[in-house]
Design a binder for this molecule. Sequence first.
Ligand code: ATP
Ligand code: MG
Length: 410
Amino acid sequence: MRQSQLFTIPRKESPKDEESKNAQLLIRAGYIHKEMAGVYAFLPLGLRVLEKVIGIIREEMNAIGGQEVSMTALQNPETWKATGRFDDAVVDNWFKTRLKNDTELGLAFTHEEPMTAMMRPFVRSYRDLPRYVYQFQTKFRNETRAKSGIMRGREFVMKDLYSFSRSQEELDSFYEEAAAAYARVFARVGIGQSTYKTFASGGVFSKYSHEYQTVCDAGEDIVYVDEEKGIAVNKEVYTDEVIADLGLDRSKLVEKKSIEVGNIFKLGTKFSEPLNLTFKDEAGVAVPVVMGSYGIGPGRLMGTIVELLADEKGLVWPESVAPFRVHLLSLGADEKAEEIYRALTEAGIETLYDDRDARAGEKFAESDLLGIPHRVVVGRKSLETGMAEVKGRTDEETRSIPIQDIVNFF
Ligand code: ATP
Ligand code: MG
């Protein structure tokens, strides 16, 4: 893409009304637009990152048998009344709205109930199970705190997968597959090193659930990390008994701030019973489906990547989620740069081409701010030497590469 065509323009100054690093940098670099507190639009560069994060999650969910759907954001109150969760006293962060006839509707804050009800006509006998259904869908939550940028939106996209199994054993085995898929997602987006599978509260139906917590000072959670074992315990369930139980050693646990980037949860029959999602077992007896739920916030993940990897110069994207792989800068050598741009693009190498008429210092500073993994500079000198300057976003040194080798280099 030609940068002269991009409608967003990087800013020199951080927005004054943002506390979090992710919102400050993403707004400055033109990746997102703040509509109001906790509500952000994704602009061309930001959307490319978000879509890449979503693409990685989608691949991993498909790999464990997930089937993608798209549920609705307007929710039927009757479905929610069956489990008692339509009540504001039970769920305190609903956004609700009304039909013209005054019927109250919910705006999706999660989808356990509608998803369970939706499955009813499709689950008849044990032969129809297990099934795994997921979506990327907008959730609305009346969050009290909205100071963490895109990590805690009042409107945000969630990947939520729901598993429908015949027995606890079948759920347990899928749960482990989902856990492995989650580990792959976090590794692929570049935060695997700092992300721990964390014991968290399991609610009524199981002793624990698991959160995926990324250790980071910008986090709102506190976890105790055992680095040797590579696991952690959320402060919420941290007692001497939760620790002995898990075979962890108190002295080895280190307190850290962290960001919950995902979670996996054994629901059992908590939703299938009240919503009457049953199947006929081999004896022909109707029994409730055993469920699990598995969430990841792609926007929160994107914000976490910024918090973890950005440096004093700006954003730093891992190749897997970067909006472009190469940032090509022309410093008064437009014809040569044009040639390189065409060659890179034809080779399928995603390139942002800074073809604007701007000073070198400005182009370099903006390139650092945008955080694209590789920078290629073609200047007047290149025309004499036939060499371009190539530098990784976090490298100190640049390398000279013959212009005709650039495509191969990438
Ligand atoms: P938290 O404890 O941070 O409020 P949660 O436990 O309510 O989150 P879930 O309802 O389980 O989160 O949502 C699944 C995933 O969706 C979370 O692990 C997180 O990645 C993401 N998520 C939750 N709330 C938000 C939000 N307000 N903005 C962006 N992503 C979110
Ligand atoms: Mg949580």
